[in-house]
Ligand binder design. Structure first.
Ligand SMILES: Nc1ncnc2c1ncn2[C@@H]1O[C@H](COP(=O)(O)OP(=O)(O)OP(=O)(O)O)[C@@H](O)[C@H]1O
Ligand SMILES: O=c1ccn([C@@H]2O[C@H](COP(=O)(O)O)[C@@H](O)[C@H]2O)c(=O)[nH]1
Ligand SMILES: [Mg+2]
Length: 232
């Protein structure tokens, strides 16, 4: 049902940063595309793109633009956890503690929230923003949802740019402070980057230069989605 199409020409100029990733670039040059006319359904086979990148790399900002332009449903894993935290649920205090520390919530909790968001949406094309944060998250998702993502968008951004953006964000988040952002960067490099690497090796990663203005970045993202001719 799937076939690989040629790489997009912009790609090579975008492979620049994330030396720590040691991503095998040979695996990053293709994007998995659906066969034209293939249909997706919310319950049986939704079309899912994971969106990864460090704290402040611009995932949320670009997801809003992609959702608006290409009709995807934006599911922010951190947003779901924040909602849960403020809902007064039994997991609220635990989530608040982990978020404040910059740590990762238990996979079962996050995947359950994502599953619910997918099942309750009208849409069948999803951007899962900020997940999976760990190999354990990834494996839990694949086990519980029973599928891999169709592809993974990865925003590659230097640390100093990410930190500056986070500290300027001013949305009252419990983790937007110097101490937590340092911890989040440690977690990102040691626990999240292996997930990025995993998808690179599988030929599912599309790496985007996350520097410049929001508009410049979106122009790098646009061809990825334009080339997906989803029939839904
Ligand atoms: N290209 C850009 N240039 C300058 N500021 C930006 C850019 N993109 C996003 N921002 C701003 O930087 C901050 C972080 O962006 P955003 O929330 O999209 O990052 P994120 O990757 O979702 O971060 P997190 O993982 O912490 O949720 C926001 O205040 C946003 O408005
Ligand atoms: O899959 C996830 C996503 C997020 N978290 C926790 O939430 C914060 C903030 O996440 P953002 O995606 O940056 O909004 C993150 O640092 C984690 O503490 C998580 O545990 N699992
Ligand atoms: Mg975000």
């Amino acid at each position: 049902m799937w076939r690989r199409l040629n790489s997009l020409p912009l790609f090579f100029s975008q492979v620049r940063r994330a030396d720590e990733l040691k991503i095998c670039q040979a695996f990053c040059t293709e994007i998995v595309k659906p066969v034209e006319g293939e249909s997706y359904s919310r319950r049986n086979s939704p079309f899912v793109a994971f969106v990864l990148g460090g704290p402040g790399s611009g995932k949320g900002t670009q997801c809003l633009k992609i959702a608006e332009t290409f009709g995807f449903k934006h599911v922010g894993a951190g947003d779901l956890l924040r909602k849960e935290m403020y809902s007064g649920s039994e997991n609220g205090a635990m989530i608040q503690k982990l978020m404040t520390q910059g740590s990762i919530a238990p996979s079962e909790v996050t995947v359950k929230l994502i599953k619910k968001a997918i099942e309750s949406a009208e849409n069948c094309k999803f951007l899962i923003d900020g997940f999976p944060r760990s190999e354990e998250n990834r494996i839990a998702y694949e086990r519980i949802i029973g599928a891999e993502p169709n592809f993974v968008l990865f925003f590659d951004c230097p640390e100093e740019v990410m930190v500056k953006r986070v500290l300027n964000r001013n949305e009252g988040r419990v983790d937007d402070n110097e101490h937590t952002v340092k911890e989040r960067l440690k977690v990102y490099k040691s626990i999240t980057l292996p997930v990025v690497n995993h998808y690179a090796k599988k030929g599912k990663l599309y790496k985007i230069d996350g520097t410049g203005t929001q508009e410049e970045i979106f122009e790098r993202v646009r061809p990825v989605f334009t080339s997906l001719r989803l029939s839904t």
